[in-house]
Design a protein around this ligand. Structure first.
Ligand code: MEV
Length: 306
């Protein structure tokens, strides 16, 4: 029996634009999804994923298929169980589940796998289910830490932070459809290519300017860049009233910066602010209708529990 785990993620800056070629900044968070794999001898694959929304195990099943094919694993049955701290919070449980499943399979069947191989296989598996996606979430779950990332994992560079980063998260309670939001932005791009291209490039510039502030621990300056980034996301049409309400209240409560994290249309907002204001920001996010919590960065990526 093997237990592997992978951290969840939050997009710090650069969502949507990453699909148009600019870098994004992503953090692995200190909340995890664990996958236990045990061999059986009855030829059955039994999946026990109590936290998966609506009992949907598509990502996990695909990860088993891709992992077994690519790693040439022949089994006589498997029992697979997930234990999640991520479910329903917009923290990337599908990507984390995929990465942890392939990591667990590799360990259980003693197949050596390095981080790049784990990323590539997991990304391939996620794409088979979702069809679209830059893979930033897979990278965060695989490598951990804070990463500068470009589409399809062409560049995955870890950032070294001088100070520990804590983010206040507000979950809107609404599950967003990444696929339809990405499609909506694509249609806008086709309709107004110059305007949307300019927005994407401007987001790319912001990401490049913000990264050194993040590395140096200038979180106030980084928060200001997050605010500018959010204005562009609003221009793209991916924000909505509940997300705007949370962002506004977080800033009124003392956040230096607040923005959508991810595709928009639901899921999460993130806020960054002085530690002594965290309680006020949490309260403000709850007042605005969100489920609020604080996360730190997970320095570790996917791994196996010994
Ligand atoms: C969704 O969380 C972030 C997007 O940039 C899509 C992606 O990068 O896969 C909208």
């Amino acid at each position: 029996m093997t237990k592997a785990y992978a951290p969840g993620k939050l997009m710090l800056m650069g969502e949507h634009a990453v699909l148009y070629g600019t870098p994004c900044l992503v953090a692995a968070v200190d909340k995890y999804l664990g996958v236990i794999v045990e061999r059986r001898d009855d030829g059955q694959v039994h999946i026990d994923a109590p936290d998966s929304p609506g009992g949907d195990v598509t990502f996990l099943s695909e990860a088993l298929k891709v992992g077994c094919e690519a790693l040439r694993i022949k089994h006589t049955g498997l029992w697979v169980k997930t234990i999640s701290q991520l479910s329903g919070l917009g923290l990337g449980s599908s990507a984390a589940c995929t990465v942890a499943t392939i990591r667990a399979l590799a360990a259980e069947f003693q197949k050596p796998i390095n981080e790049r191989q784990l990323f590539d296989l997991s990304y391939q598996s996620v794409l088979r289910v979702q069809k679209i996606g830059s893979g930033f979430d897979v990278a965060a779950s695989t490598y951990g830490g804070v990463l500068s990332y470009t589409n399809q994992g062409k560049i995955i560079s870890p950032l070294t932070l001088a100070e520990p980063l804590a983010l206040v998260v507000g979950f809107s309670g609404e599950k967003a459809s990444t696929v339809s939001l990405v499609e909506m932005v694509k249609q806008k791009y086709e309709q107004y290519p110059d305007k949307v291209q300019r927005i994407m490039q401007a987001i790319g510039v912001l990401v490049n300017q913000a990264a050194p502030e993040l590395e140096e621990g200038n979180f106030e300056a980084f928060g200001k860049f997050m605010n500018f980034n959010h204005e562009y996301l609003r221009d793209l049409g991916v924000s909505n009233q509940p997300l705007e309400a949370m962002i506004l209240r977080a800033k009124e409560a003392g956040a230096w910066g607040a923005k959508i994290s991810g595709a928009g249309g639901g899921d999460c907002v993130i806020a960054i602010g002085p530690k002594e204001k965290h309680a006020d920001i949490l309260h403000a996010l709850e007042q605005a209708g969100g489920k609020a919590f604080v996360v730190g960065v997970s320095d570790k990526g996917a791994g196996v529990e010994v």
